[in-house]
Design a binder for this molecule. Structure first.
Ligand code: GLY
Ligand code: MN
Ligand code: MN
Length: 429
């Protein structure tokens, strides 16, 4: 993988020319008292380095004569490492990660200016770490104050997202392999969960079976908090309590994906707890499935990102009109978003190192991203009719027989040269 990380850095450096890019590692987060959450590297940082520790900074300075790739890392400290684990350290940061130069993070303020003072611009994303944002701004201000004496220095900060994220959007072969691994584990877990489900079991039992497989197969664990939502719980989009006992004649919505080697699956299936749909459940299920299949058919290189969503919405609205859940003219219902009490989210997102992965959906007010081979996205329409749902203005009250039904079907899809490949086809719909 080191060759690939290097290639990514080279690609980025070619784009930024006579500028310097700075990326900050993720920080550790406290769970309670002196216990921390598992550390998870920032995705941009990982994408460029594979380096997996907090308190680190990458500097890419393509214009520098010797040090084009510089790492600032935590120094070796045997006493601390006994408690908090192994550190790569400054020397090995060069050997193992290919940095031209490496320093202790404690030297950042002293060393950083020399990588900035000949740069035309700084590429940096203002992140959640305000203290570090201020560090970068302080250096920039200092360099602006002295620009007149030097005649060089960054005259602007540009957001690195706009150069790095288009790269992350199109997956390499190595990334695709990791995605397939994460997704195949997720597929196995969903298939097992469905077989394991029966009336009387608790939602958390299903969650435990799923997450057992994630870890057993070498995954890090869940890519996001697993949603195991029976009955009307499925109408709460991010239901994660997972503590209810499931009954016969109910549906179970499972939205769970494995994280493997930093890459993520994200699958949703909805099925009857007791193995048999009620007629109402089947009607809504068939409608969501039809929307999902027609939306999937639009995943083709050259198509607009938004065509997937528009297609799903039209099928769902048409179906809800037929069922009397909506009333009126289809084009007006869509334009005025009268379906939103029952379908309130978008039909998908990019998928990769982040579950809601990097990459723009729109560039320009009316210019949607055009699909191209190598992109991976989810297609995940649903219908959610909460027991206490309030219809949109001018729309009828929902008949009681539909209330409490929540259904989503979510696949992970690779855009290919000739169309698409559903990577999650191993879980039945
Ligand atoms: N599980 C989060 C999502 O489907 O987007
Ligand atoms: Mn999901
Ligand atoms: Mn999703």
């Amino acid at each position: 993988m080191q060759a690939e990380y290097r290639q990514r850095r080279e690609q980025l450096m070619a784009k930024i020319g006579n500028s310097t890019a700075i990326f900050r590692s993720a920080t550790t987060a406290v769970m309670h008292n002196d216990v921390e959450y598992n550390f998870r590297q920032d995705s941009d940082f990982f994408y460029l380095t594979g380096f997996n520790e907090p308190e680190a900074v990458v500097v890419l300075a393509p214009h520098h004569s010797e040090h084009r790739f510089v790492l600032f890392v935590q120094p070796k400290d045997p006493e601390k490492e006994t408690w908090t684990g192994y550190r790569v350290g400054v020397e090995a940061a060069k050997e193992l990660y290919g940095a031209d130069e490496a320093y202790s993070i404690a030297e950042l303020n002293e060393k950083l200016p020399k990588y900035l003072e000949k740069a035309d611009r700084i590429y940096y994303h203002l992140g959640r770490d305000e203290k570090f944002n201020n560090t970068i701004l302080k250096h920039w201000r200092g360099l602006i104050a002295t620009y007149g004496k030097r005649g060089t220095g960054p005259i602007a900060i540009e957001d690195s997202n706009f150069v790095l994220h288009p790269m992350r959007l199109v997956k390499s072969q190595a990334e695709l392999e990791l995605m397939r691994k994460a997704i195949n584990i997720s597929v196995e877990a969903h298939n097992h969960a469905r077989e394991f489900t029966q009336p009387g079991r608790y939602e958390y039992e299903i969650q435990a079976e799923i997450e057992h497989i994630f870890r057993l197969r070498g995954g890090v664990g869940p890519a996001y908090p697993s949603i195991v939502a029976s009955g009307a719980n499925a109408c709460v989009l991010h239901y994660i309590e997972n503590d209810r006992q499931m009954q016969d004649n109910e549906l179970l919505l499972i939205d769970a994906g494995c994280c493997y080697g930093y890459y993520n699956g994200d699958i949703t299936r909805t099925f009857p707890v007791g193995g048999k749909f009620t007629p109402e459940q089947k009607t809504i299920y068939d409608l969501v499935l039809s929307a999902q299949l027609q939306a999937l058919a639009q995943v083709q290189p050259g198509n607009s990102w938004n065509l997937i969503h528009d297609t799903a919405v039209r099928v769902l609205v048409e179906g809800m009109l037929d069922l009397g859940i909506l009333q009126g003219n289809i084009d007006e219902l869509i334009k005025e978003e009268k379906y939103k009490p029952y379908y309130m989210h978008r039909t998908g997102h990019w998928l990769g190192l982040d579950v809601h992965d990097a990459g723009m959906y729109k560039q320009g007010e009316e210019t949607w991203q055009i699909l191209q081979p190598g992109q991976i996205l989810t297609v995940e329409p649903g219908i959610y009719i909460a027991p206490n749902v309030k219809p949109a203005e001018g729309q009828p009250e929902v008949d009681n027989r539909w209330r409490g039904i929540g259904i989503r079907i979510e696949d992970n899809v690779l855009v290919t040269e000739s169309g698409h490949e559903v990577l999650t086809a191993g879980v039945p719909k």
